[in-house]
Design a protein around this ligand. Structure first.
Ligand code: PLP
Length: 461
């Protein structure tokens, strides 16, 4: 067909608004064995919907445990998605040329959302279901502010109040994302704050506490648990969050069809696992159902926080403080505190349980890469393709370039697809350090991990 031939020359593969998928994909439908249950930390027994009801709306709890393959995306959610979706798929022709690889490289660009990352894909859905069930206010935590800004945006569009507990060091050192959140109408406080008992307790011991994600989570959860009008919202890790993100991979598959191409290798960075799952799960479906056995799916993590590649697959707390239910995942130990990596979104001690199950079963691969090599990849990408990637996404780019180099050596024409999960416009401080030669690599923290793993609870299942 003439149009297909013409399409092969294209750089950008766009879809019409009508092509925004009507359903999310639930990978649990294609598992041969069910996902391990989530356990109550006190009793060690599987938790039920009632245990989660104070924190989440019922529809999201249903999605968390549901096994239907397809879940309808509500019209009101698709209407908001229209503001930036379908997001473009690019052929990275200039990057291919600088590498001199016979491989074809494509990237799905999620930085076109108002908040600049993939996170609004789930923030919008979560705000919608909360609104529908009569909730008027959401609480959450944020580190550097990527998740907080996504939820602030989504809350504003659905007329919900939004309270964000932002880790104090970031609050002080990274004001721009806070200003974004406030522009979208959220109330942002530095955590630890005097607004919660958890925050007060920390401040009583140390008025100058710089805060941590663990403390901020405790504050946000307490806020939701103690108010009738408020529920809690999480930006990664949970099954329903990963499912909302599958819109990325579903669009990508349609776009590759337009490009008359098929993926051989699918790559994304993994912090909590949501953007990796979002791109890769619809492809993993073809692997699980035996349609594409040779397809490679690669999650990329920092070597300073290597939960998949160096963690233990066991039950652990989801938060650093040890308040949440126990989930089975690859963990470095909930007490593990990674080095202050510039990819703030990749510093989680564990990994989404659904991603971990696939890794344990050998369906997906994982690679850990160091910080400096990651920024070198980010530079090569920015200087060929233009977009300045978020440091998180640059981890994926590192492995994309490595795989493309391998194709060059072996003379193979593979098709590589990766998720450019966000732009790096708020991370220029990190780029400044890299350009000044001041960025450092962190050793693999074997001892710290061993120590943190000793704190993992013993669970008999
Ligand atoms: C938060 C974030 C990540 C990491 O989170 P996942 O849940 O693993 O996707 C990656 N990239 C960007 C741009 C982010 O904002």
């Amino acid at each position: 067909m003439a149009s297909a031939a013409a399409d092969k020359q294209r750089t950008k593969f766009t879809l019409d608004e009508r092509d925004i998928p009507a359903k999310w994909y639930n990978i649990q439908a294609d598992f041969k064995t069910p996902a391990p249950p989530v356990l109550h930390p006190g009793t060690g027994q599987p938790i039920g919907p009632a245990d989660l009801a104070p924190l989440f709306p019922m529809e999201l709890i249903k999605q968390e445990v549901g096994t239907d393959r397809w879940v309808e995306i509500p019209d009101a959610v698709r209407d908001v998605y229209r503001l930036w979706r379908p997001s473009p798929l690019f052929r990275a022709r200039r990057l291919e040329k600088t590498i001199g690889t016979p491989a074809r490289i494509y990237y799905k660009y999620e930085g076109v959302s108002p908040a600049g990352s993939h996170k609004p894909n789930t923030a919008v859905a979560q705000a919608y279901y909360n609104k529908k069930e009569g909730v008027t206010r959401l609480s959450t935590e944020t580190g550097a502010g990527q998740w907080g800004s996504a939820l602030a945006f989504a809350s504003q569009l659905f007329g919900l109040q939004c309270k964000v507990y932002m880790v104090k060091v970031s609050y002080q050192q990274k004001p721009y994302r806070r200003i974004m959140m406030e522009t979208w109408g959220a109330q942002v406080v530095a955590s630890p704050s005097t607004d919660t008992q958890a925050g007060k307790k920390v401040l009583d011991q140390d008025v100058n506490s710089p805060g941590s994600l663990g403390i901020a989570i405790s504050e946000a959860v307490e806020d939701a648990a103690t108010r009738d009008d408020t529920k809690y919202s999480l930006g990664s890790v949970l099954n329903h969050v990963l499912m909302h993100q599958t819109i990325i991979g579903l669009e990508t598959k349609k776009q590759l069809e337009k490009a008359d191409d098929e993926a051989d290798i699918v790559i994304a960075c993994a912090g909590g696992g949501s953007n990796f799952a979002g791109l890769s799960f619809p492809f993993a479906a073809d692997k699980l159902t035996g349609k594409k056995k040779k397809l490679r799916l690669i999650a990329v993590e920092p070597s300073a926080c290597p939960s998949l590649t160096k963690g233990t697959y066991t039950y652990d707390f989801g938060d650093t403080v040890g308040m949440t239910p126990l989930v089975k995942m690859h963990t470095l130990g909930h007490g593990f505190i990674p080095a202050p990596l510039h990819a703030g979104g990749l510093r989680y001690h564990g990994m989404a349980p659904l991603v971990c199950k696939l890794y344990d079963e050998g369906v997906i691969e994982a690679v850990a890469v160091p910080q400096i090599a990651t920024f070198q990849a980010a530079m090569q990408f920015a200087r060929s393709e233009g977009v300045i990637p978020a440091p998180e996404a640059a981890h994926a780019i590192r492995v994309v370039i490595d795989e493309a180099e391998r194709c060059k050596k072996e003379g193979k024409r593979k098709t590589i697809v990766f998720n450019l999960s966000g732009h790096g416009h708020f991370d220029l401080g990190a780029y400044e350090q890299f350009l000044a030669g001041k960025l450092q690599d962190y050793e693999y923290p074997a001892e710290k991990i061993a120590e943190a793993l000793r704190g993992v609870p013993q669970v008999k299942v």
